[in-house]
Ligand binder design. Structure first.
Ligand code: ATP
Length: 204
């Protein structure tokens, strides 16, 4: 009798990570445990087509991502998007990982702001065919959008992650640094030290 193994559960979590912060780490931990992932691949973006500002050089973002995520169980830093020419499209990474790990169940982990913008993503209709989309709540009281609601037709391809609301953002962290405020509680000691040593984000 052959016992077929359950499919490998692989998560993908993309971001600019400019810099990575405690909410990213909380999201990664929540995803690994709540989705029972075998592996979560953290994918720093190369050219972020959806961000209006120029990102910090990739070597700094990778070094910080390494400091922020490397020690976490089941988490792998995946640099493919930083090596790709042209814009970083999530659908391309999903397709590549789908080919590399045939049979694996893929989970795309995103914050609520990104979930809301999903229909602006390149080939967005392909994404739920390739992965289950797992959304972490990110509703600030200052914003009035209300909670993200998945399109009805896609219900079975979405899930919500349970995570405390953390109103931290990389934008806020950069502006704190530019105004010489401490950020250790927001990014952790190793990333804060790296930012300091490399004089990052001193101008807003
Ligand atoms: P920026 O402020 O520069 O736009 P960011 O803080 O949103 O950056 P990103 O690297 O763009 O950080 O985010 C990567 C992923 O993490 C996205 O899916 C985003 O929605 C999610 N994310 C970031 N911050 C939070 C948060 N506080 N709560 C939940 N999800 C978050």
């Amino acid at each position: 009798m052959t016992i077929s193994a359950a499919p490998r559960r692989v998560g993908l979590f993309g971001g600019a990570f400019d810099p990575p912060h405690v909410a990213h780490v909380a999201l990664v931990n929540a995803a690994v445990s709540q989705l029972a992932l075998d592996e979560l691949r953290v994918l720093p973006t190369g050219h972020a087509w959806h961000k209006t500002r120029t990102l910090s050089p990739v070597e700094h973002r990778l070094a910080m991502a390494n400091l922020a995520f490397a020690g976490l169980e089941r988490v792998v830093l995946d640099t493919r998007e930083t090596r790709r020419n042209g814009p970083s499209y999530t659908v391309d990474s999903l397709r590549e990982i789908h080919l590399e790990q045939p049979g694996a169940e893929l989970f795309l982990v995103i914050g609520e702001d990104q979930a809301r913008a999903l229909t602006t993503w390149h080939e967005w209709e392909e994404i739920p065919k390739l992965a289950i989309i797992c959304v972490a709540t990110r509703t600030y009281s200052a914003r009035a959008e209300g909670q993200f609601i998945a399109p009805k037709a896609w219900k079975s391809r979405f899930c919500m992650l349970q995570m405390p609301l953390l109103s931290v953002s990389a934008t806020d962290i950069r502006s704190r640094i530019a105004s010489h405020q401490g950020v250790v509680p927001l990014v952790g000691e190793p990333v804060a030290r790296y930012i300091d040593q490399h004089h990052l984000y001193l101008t807003a």
